[in-house]
Design a protein around this ligand. Structure first.
Ligand code: SAM
Ligand code: SF4
Ligand code: SF4
Length: 334
């Protein structure tokens, strides 16, 4: 039976954060001032096991779940990720299984991920200029390493998209070179509006580069852009095509909110369900999982949570701001 929330939206998509740790300290996501040596990450026993995560997925498939996205923190830091992917694949041969990663470790893991049943990968890449890349990620890695991982994945047949978060005054200089690099490699790039998630990234509206502003930069360089129809209403990216047929995506969560079609739930590494990226609180599933709940018990709990869901934060953003303390992005995985 298809589940619907209080606004008639199904639960089609689950994003699972499998770790709260990361090998980058992106300034807008895990700034080192807040995620330095004194930061307390989750202990191993606080994090859901792969079996526990798989049982949440198993409980949701009969309720209409069609897609799982594995994220983090940095998901490739967690050991034996391909074992988890194989578990999910075993549950449902049709399940769409995707991974969001910074791709530092992709070259090493791409093949085993593919063999265990991963369908596709989204790589986050905000700059292809090395100095800027290192400044944004607060790391010593390079865009070349990221592209090596991408090429390995493409060679073995894993489709790859690139997501780029743009922040005004930081990386708008990368729009043209990143788009050109993606055209050359036949990769769809998606530009994401910088969002006010979490409490540590000093968000303000002036720092948001809107999708329309990005399209204008692209038109000035590449010529006309033509909007394309989405394959599915819950697709977060709106696609536009350049004259040569290259596709560019725009995730305009700030200027064109898409809450009306939002069918996404999020499972944090410590086992809470969040019904919105901007939720202040999750619903604890770990306790019931460790109390011996079976998939039907979990389904009953999630059905109750989802039928009461009325989240539409992005549509209400301007009325709600100031007093809220939404959960950090690295915790529930974007
Ligand atoms: N570490 C992995 C990665 O970077 O792909 C997965 C987790 S990361 C939290 C998932 C996505 O969230 C990344 O594409 C990142 O750019 C995006 N993200 C983080 N903070 C954001 C923000 N404030 N606004 C928009 N996107 C953000
Ligand atoms: Fe890590 Fe991804 Fe956040 Fe960057 S965006 S700090 S890579 S979790
Ligand atoms: Fe979905 Fe919440 Fe984002 Fe709206 S603000 S699209 S409800 S996650």
């Amino acid at each position: 039976m298809q589940l619907q929330d209080s606004l008639g939206r199904p639960l089609r998509d689950l994003r699972i954060s499998i770790t709260d740790r990361c090998n980058f300290r992106c300034t807008y996501c895990m700034p080192r001032e807040n995620f330095g040596p004194e930061h307390v990450f989750l202990e191993k026993e606080e994090i859901l096991s792969y079996e526990e995560m798989a049982s949440v997925v198993a409980s949701l498939i009969p309720l209409g779940l069609a897609k799982v996205r594995i994220t983090g923190g940095e998901p490739l830091l967690r050991r034996d990720l391909s074992v988890f992917i194989a578990m999910l694949r075993e549950l449902d041969s049709e399940l769409d299984i995707a991974l969001t990663t910074n791709a530092v470790l992709l070259e090493r893991h791409a093949e085993s991920l593919f063999k265990s049943g991963l369908n596709r990968i989204t790589v986050s890449l905000d700059a292809i200029d090395t100095d800027l890349f290192q400044a944004i990620t607060d790391s010593r890695n390079t865009p070349e390493e990221i592209f090596r991982g991408i090429e390995t994945a493409q060679k073995i047949g894993l489709p790859v998209k690139i997501n780029c978060v743009l922040k005004k005054g930081v990386n708008e200089s990368q729009i043209i070179p990143l788009t050109q690099a993606c055209i050359d490699r036949k990769i769809t790039v998606r530009f994401i509006e910088f969002m006010d998630v979490g409490t540590t990234n000093n968000w303000n509206l002036d720092s948001v580069m809107s999708g329309e502003e990005v399209r204008q930069v692209l038109r000035d360089h590449f010529g006309p852009l033509v909007p394309k129809a989405s394959a599915h209403p819950s697709d977060v990216a709106r696609l536009w095509s350049l004259v040569d047929g290259s596709m560019i995506g725009f995730i305009e969560s700030v200027t064109k909110p898409f809450c009306g079609d939002c069918s996404r739930a999020r499972l944090s590494a410590h086992g809470s369900i969040y019904t919105c990226l901007f939720s202040e609180q999750g619903f604890d599933l770990r306790s019931i999982l460790r109390f011996g709940a079976n998939t039907e018990d979990i389904a009953t709990v999630i059905r109750d949570i989802w039928t009461h869901r009325g989240d539409r934060y992005s549509e209400l953003r301007t009325q709600l701001k100031e007093t809220r303390q939404p959960v950090e992005m690295s915790f529930i995985g974007g």
